[in-house]
Design a binder for this molecule. Sequence first.
Ligand code: PHE
Length: 462
Amino acid sequence: MADARESLHGMWSSRLAFVLAATGSAVGLGNIWRFPYVASENGGGAFVLVYLACIFMLGLPILMAEVMMGRRGRRSPINTLRELARESKASAKWQIIGWSGVTAGLLILSFYSVIAGWTLSYTWTYLRELVIPAVEFGSPDAVFGALTSSFGMLVFWHSLFMLMTLVVVSAGVEKGLERAVRFLMPTLFVLLLLLVGYGISTGYFGQAVTFLFKADFSRITPAVVVAAMGQAFFTLSLGMGSIMAYGAYLPSDASVGRTGAMVAVSDTFVAVVAGLAIFPIAFAHGLDPEGGGPGFIFTTLPHAFAAMNFGTLYAIAFFSLLSVAAWTSSISLMEPIVAYMVESWNVTRRTAAWMVGGLAWFIGLGSALSFNHWQDITLFGRTFFDHTNFISSDLLLPAGGMMIAVFAGWIMPRADSREEMSALADWQYQLWLGLVRYVAPVLVFVVLLSVSGAFDFLTAHV
Ligand code: PHE
């Protein structure tokens, strides 16, 4: 039996392994698919500015809090919270953080798998183009339309991706995952840089930079702030326990601050580079840079691949690596729930993974339908996919992150958090404490309030 400082689910072989796994969790569709399209829908610069501010003022401190709590509890998020609450002589109700994370995780996994299915399908389409010379990639819009209008195809690829995810989670954290991340992530990054190179060659690079980084402050509305904050949590895998679960497998001697900073910085880097790759292409091909939508990268990038030498090869490399990046993220979406079931329900990893995968798969059908049969079934102008995406990423993740910040900052005795973060200098620890105690809870609360419309009511009456 593992001692108190080891998790029953196994441990990362080293600090580097944790950084790779956490980076694998963070870097995924959120950076390359979601960031460009949400930035596009929210007008670019203003959104990006708020997003970057959220990453460093909320994201990094909460990421550190999750790693720190996970490592101290050494269990799945729900049981870690129970353990830490007991240690801190606080109410066991704090487990709600774990439960809200489970809900968010299931919802995110459900649509994540559908979109990751698109990347699998694109890999396949380009492979066919390579192997069967007569097959040609049609116009990007037509290819995208043909895929998304077919519920059967979407379900096929969604099922395949969900299967890939649950197979890895069944096998446990050490095997496979570490290897995949160590090698494939850097390759994906190089491909992105090549696409930036193509973007520069179009002559529209400057326009893209202006769009992404020139903040027009008048465009910062509550809706933009909500979207930017949600994106920050989503892209760093925060607020639902993924990072906490991974922290539970982190050796005790690793520095929470250093590892956390490495994850946050590399994740942000990938998102910015993805933006710099995609927007020049949108400008160069006369696509509306604010038209965004979930199909954004799928209708812009093929233009670049069509124009490049060996474009088909690049396309295959790009979409297959993006599928892998999505894979290492979806694994981390499933892990906290599966770990909890193994600990508390006395089931095997395998059974748990199939149950969670099955449920998320079923919910995902609603997202698959949102692009065809249910396209016009909307509530407040949003489809089932939009609602799942919004509720989980923009509401549940920030709410979970806020509770994590409150717990780490106010409930856990300072001596405990200081002990876990002993590698930090005093001023760094004080800065972290200030951010999780005051800044994160207040900011998230105000922003969430503004979503509920309560804010409009208040401002209208003062
Ligand atoms: N961070 C992942 C991405 O950017 C998504 C994710 C969110 C993973 C929440 C785990 C938890 O693609």
